[in-house]
Design a binder for this molecule. Structure first.
Ligand SMILES: Nc1nc2c(ncn2[C@@H]2O[C@H](COP(=O)(O)OP(=O)(O)OP(=O)(O)O)[C@@H](O)[C@H]2O)c(=O)[nH]1
Ligand SMILES: [Mg+2]
Length: 248
């Protein structure tokens, strides 16, 4: 299976700091603490968009950062939580932690989501630290920092178009010209023994995945030649598939 890789960097939002404040009202002396809590930092969420087919966009944008939560304010006003940052990925994207290699998410279905970095918790305002012994605390908490991670995105490509034909008719040659893939090309039959995939880029920025498949000969369903097992790896039944047939 053809796999596309990219390395990206993410940072979820820092939590907002808690506030140290005291009530100051005209006729109320020693009004007591009134510092609000900080808001939560933004999460980083990956979401599948079935309109995307490649990891191409991540070649240009590799850093994703969510906003920080607002700081707490006086009069016990809480800072606002930051909105999550949504990163759109194509179906078939596997997200791994660069450091440990652990798989964080395997995203396949349209709109499927994975929380890859939680935003930092907001810090508590000084109101929260008031006790009978210390009714006017002078301290508040800082927000928790966001999480920084380096991730690897791997895309298990599913083909949109398959090249099917007898051995040595030029299927691999076609793939090598239409895409940047470098399949083995030779003038003997069954040069290609496993599917090769490449991405065809059109001038208007669209793209699709092209599969070069092993040659087929009569009786393939009975195992003649290389048989047709390799075609099963392309999920032909599950995904609609365009076939270009080649003949000499
Ligand atoms: N004359 C001519 N030769 C070609 C053309 N395209 C490919 N070839 C040659 O035909 C031979 C087979 O090409 P491949 O691209 O390996 O053919 P294939 O269909 O992938 O073959 P298998 O993988 O064995 O099924 C190579 O020697 C190519 O250089 C063409 O348009 N004209
Ligand atoms: Mg070939």
């Amino acid at each position: 299976m053809f796999i596309d890789y990219v390395n990206i960097f993410i940072k979820s939002g820092d939590g907002g700091n808690g506030m140290v404040a005291f009530r100051r009202e005209k006729y109320v002396p020693d009004g007591g603490p009134a510092g609000g809590d900080g808001g939560k930092g933004g999460d980083i969420i990956f979401r599948v968009d079935e309109g995307l087919r490649t990891l191409m966009d991540f070649r240009y944008q590799k850093h994703f950062k969510a906003d920080r939560g607002e700081h707490g304010r006086s009069k016990n006003q809480h800072g606002k939580n930051a909105n999550p940052s949504i990163v759109l990925v194509p179906p078939g994207t596997v997200v791994k932690d660069k450091e440990s290699g652990a798989v964080i998410a395997d995203l396949t279905e349209h709109n499927e989501e994975a929380l890859v970095a939680k935003g930092g918790r907001g810090g508590l305002g000084n109101t929260r630290f008031a006790t009978p012994k210390n009714p006017a605390p002078e301290h508040a908490e800082n927000g928790e920092p966001g999480i920084e991670r380096e991730l690897i995105l791997e895309l298990k490509l599913l083909a949109d178009v398959g090249l099917i034909g007898f051995p040595s008719v030029g299927k691999s040659t076609f793939l090598s010209v239409a895409t940047s893939a470098k399949p083995k090309i030779a003038d003997y039959p069954f040069t290609t023994i496993k599917p090769n995939l490449g991405v065809v880029q059109s001038e208007d920025g669209r793209s699709f995945v092209l599969a070069d498949l092993p040659g087929l000969i009569e009786g393939a369903h009975e195992g003649v030649g290389l048989g047709h097992q390799s075609y099963d790896t392309l999920n032909v039944q599950k995904y609609s598939f365009t076939l270009l047939t080649f003949q000499v």
